[in-house]
Design a protein around this ligand. Structure first.
Ligand code: OSB
Ligand code: MG
Length: 374
C-alpha cells in the first residue's frame, strides 16, 4: 500500500442560516459558522470532516480553529502525509493520529481531521465507514427547549411524526415550574415514549434532590448533569441510587480523561449513561469514554454540538457502532438548520446510516474557500 495517501486538501468556511434562533449560554445566534475540511488523493477519492467549535462550550473559537487547521495542513503537506500510512481500523487510526501533531490540536479540529481521514480511508478502500456496523438506522432524541407552550406543542407534533425519544431542557425555570412541565410533558407523550432531561448543571444538591423526588414517577430515562460541580456530583451519587438515573455530559469535558473520571470512585457505579460530544472532547477522548462505557455496560449517547449535516452524519455513524442495542443519539439538532441540511430519516426520529452524505448538503452560497498559502 502506498505510504502517501493524501495528495491535496481544501478548507472551506461555512455560514449556514438557521431556521430558528439558537440560544447558547449568553448569546443568541441566527447562523452557524464552521469549517469543512476535504482531503483528496490522485485517484479521485476524497474524505470530508467538519470543524465547528461551539461558542460558549468550546475553548477554541473559530478563528483559532481555522489557524490551527491551516498550520496542520501545511505541516502535513510538508511531510507529504508520510505518517498517515494505510490504516484500516479505528484503533490504528487513533494511534496513528496520536503520532502526528493533529492530536495536540483543539478538540473540534482533531475531530474534523479524524472524520476527514476516516471518510477518506473508507472511500479509498471501498469499505463502510465502521466495519461491523449492522444497523440501518440510528434513533435520535428530539430536543425540546423554549417556553412551556412551545415545548408541549412541539412534543405533540414530533410524536405524531414518529419520534419516540425526547429530551427536555430543565433548570431555566423554578424547580416547581420544571416539575409541573415534566408532568405535563409526560401526559402529552403518553407512556410509550422515552423522556430524558438535561439540567446543564443548574442546581445545588438540595434543589436536585427535591426535583428528582417530584419527577421520580414520570418514567424518566435519565437526567443529564443536574448539579453544578464535580464535588456535588460525587456527593449526589454517594447518596445511593438516585431517584432518577443520572447521565454525565459536561463532566466528561471538564475532567477530560477516563483516569480523572474514575476519581468518582464507587459513585461511578451510579452513573446511568455517558453523553459523548466528540466535537467538544475530540475524537480520541470521545473514543476513550466510549470504551469505558462499554466496559461498564453503560449506554452511550453520542451527541451533537450543533454541527451541520457533514458532522452530524459522521456522528450518526459513530452512534451506530457505539452501542450494541439502539440507544437514541442526541442528534436532533438539525431541526435548527434549513431543510436542505436534513439527513434521510430525521423527519421521523431516526437517521439512515446506510450512506454518508457530504458537502453536497451545503449550498454553495454558504461556503467560501480558505486560502491555505505555502
Ligand atoms: O446540553 O447537552 C447539551 C448541544 C450543544 C451543547 C450542549 C448540549 C447540546 C445538546 C445536543 O443538547 C442535543 C442532544 O444531546 O440531544
Ligand atoms: Mg447535556
Amino acid at each position: 500500500m502506498a505510504a502517501v495517501i493524501v495528495t491535496d486538501c481544501k478548507l472551506y468556511r461555512y455560514r449556514i442560516p438557521l431556521v430558528c434562533p439558537l440560544s447558547l449560554k449568553s448569546e443568541t445566534y441566527t447562523a452557524r459558522d464552521g469549517l469543512i475540511l476535504k482531503l483528496f488523493d490522485s485517484e479521485g477519492n476524497s474524505g470530508v470532516g467538519e470543524i465547528a467549535p461551539l461558542p460558549g462550550y468550546s475553548r477554541e473559537n473559530l478563528d483559532q480553529a481555522e489557524q490551527q487547521t491551516g498550520r496542520l495542513l501545511r505541516s502535513l503537506r510538508d511531510s507529504r502525509w508520510e505518517s498517515l500510512r494505510a490504516i484500516d481500523d479505528i484503533d490504528t487510526l487513533v494511534s496513528t493520529v496520536v503520532q502526528t501533531s493533529i492530536t495536540d490540536a483543539a478538540p473540534s479540529v482533531e475531530f474534523g481531521f479524524v472524520a476527514a481521514l476516516w471518510t477518506f480511508l473508507a472511500a479509498r478502500n471501498g469499505t463502510p465507514l465502521f466495519v461491523g456496523s449492522t444497523k440501518e438506522y440510528v434513533s435520535i432524541n428530539a430536543l425540546l427547549t423554549g417556553d412551556e407552550d412551545t415545548v408541549l406543542s412541539r412534543a405533540a407534533n414530533l410524536r405524531e411524526q414518529g419520534y419516540t425519544c425526547f429530551k427536555l431542557k430543565v433548570g431555566g425555570r423554578t424547580v416547581d415550574d420544571d416539575v409541573r412541565l415534566v408532568h405535563q410533558l409526560r401526559e402529552t407523550l403518553g407512556d410509550r415514549c422515552d423522556l430524558r432531561l438535561d439540567a446543564n448543571r443548574a442546581w445545588g444538591i438540595n434543589d436536585t434532590l427535591s426535583f428528582l423526588k417530584q419527577v421520580a414517577l414520570c418514567g424518566i430515562e435519565h437526567i443529564e448533569e443536574p448539579v453544578a460541580t464535580f464535588d456535588f456530583l460525587r456527593e449526589l451519587l454517594n447518596c445511593g441510587r438516585p431517584a432518577v438515573p443520572i447521565a454525565l455530559d459536561e463532566t466528561l469535558v471538564e475532567v477530560g480523561s477516563v483516569f480523572q473520571l474514575e476519581k468518582l470512585g464507587p459513585a461511578l457505579d451510579h452513573v446511568s449513561a455517558l453523553v459523548i460530544k466528540p466535537t467538544l472532547l475530540g475524537f480520541g477522548r470521545a473514543h476513550q469514554f466510549v470504551r469505558l462505557a462499554r466496559e461498564r455496560k453503560i449506554p452511550i449517547v453520542i451527541s451533537s454540538s450543533f454541527e451541520g449535516p457533514v458532522g452530524i452524519s459522521f456522528l450518526a455513524q459513530m452512534a451506530a457502532v457505539a452501542n450494541r442495542l439502539d440507544v437514541a443519539a442526541g442528534l436532533g439538532t438539525l431541526d435548527w438548520f434549513p431543510p436542505q441540511c436534513h439527513l434521510s430519516g430525521t423527519e421521523c426520529g431516526r437517521i439512515d446510516v446506510r450512506s454518508v452524505p457530504g458537502i453536497e448538503k451545503l449550498d454553495q452560497r454558504w461556503l467560501s474557500e480558505v486560502e491555505l498559502g505555502d
